[in-house]
Ligand binder design. Structure first.
Ligand code: ADP
Ligand code: MG
Length: 137
């Protein structure tokens, strides 16, 4: 499993490069504690893929959809998911039946309901280095 420690600028650059080479359909999962950089990386990946609109953190909505030249991009933040039963209400079937890029924070909350990840990314804080995050993928 490749690993690296990135500054914010490096994380952004890496995410944009990853986004630029994504092919649909694809599911990118991002695991890591609060503040580990999942949303930051989602924003970079979406930008690299061609999303022009600002990608926000979906506080109440579990899913946000963005347009990009090559396909829709779905951003799922499952932090507040109360259980896999809630997945029926978020248009799950639509999200995964379309040829789309799907970026998922807190994939473990879906308890095995997600299709296999094309890219599984794990982010973590680096002790004593507040400006760095370690990335495993
Ligand atoms: N090397 C880094 N990589 C990513 N984010 C970083 C880094 N250093 C500092 N940060 C900051 O950490 C925060 C990460 O927040 P966020 O992306 O919302 O995390 P999460 O979605 O995992 O809760 C942001 O404020 C970001 O600017
Ligand atoms: Mg987040």
């Amino acid at each position: 499993m490749p690993a690296a420690e990135f500054t914010l600028a490096e994380m952004t650059q890496w995410g944009e490069a990853l986004g630029a080479r994504l092919e649909t359909p694809c599911v990118v999962t991002l695991e890591g504690d609060l503040g580990a950089g999942k949303t930051t990386l989602v924003q970079a990946i979406a930008r690299g893929y061609g999303v022009r609109d600002a990608v926000t953190s979906p506080t109440f909505a579990l899913v946000h959809e963005y347009r990009a030249p090559r396909s829709p991009v779905f951003h799922l933040d499952l932090y507040r998911l109360e259980g896999p039963h809630q997945l029926a209400n978020i248009g799950w079937d639509d999200v995964f039946s379309s040829r789309a890029v799907v970026l998922v924070e807190w994939p473990d909350r879906a308890a095995g309901e997600l299709p296999p990840a094309t890219h599984a990314i794990r982010l973590s804080h680096v002790p004593g280095q507040p400006d760095l995050r370690s990335v495993n993928w």
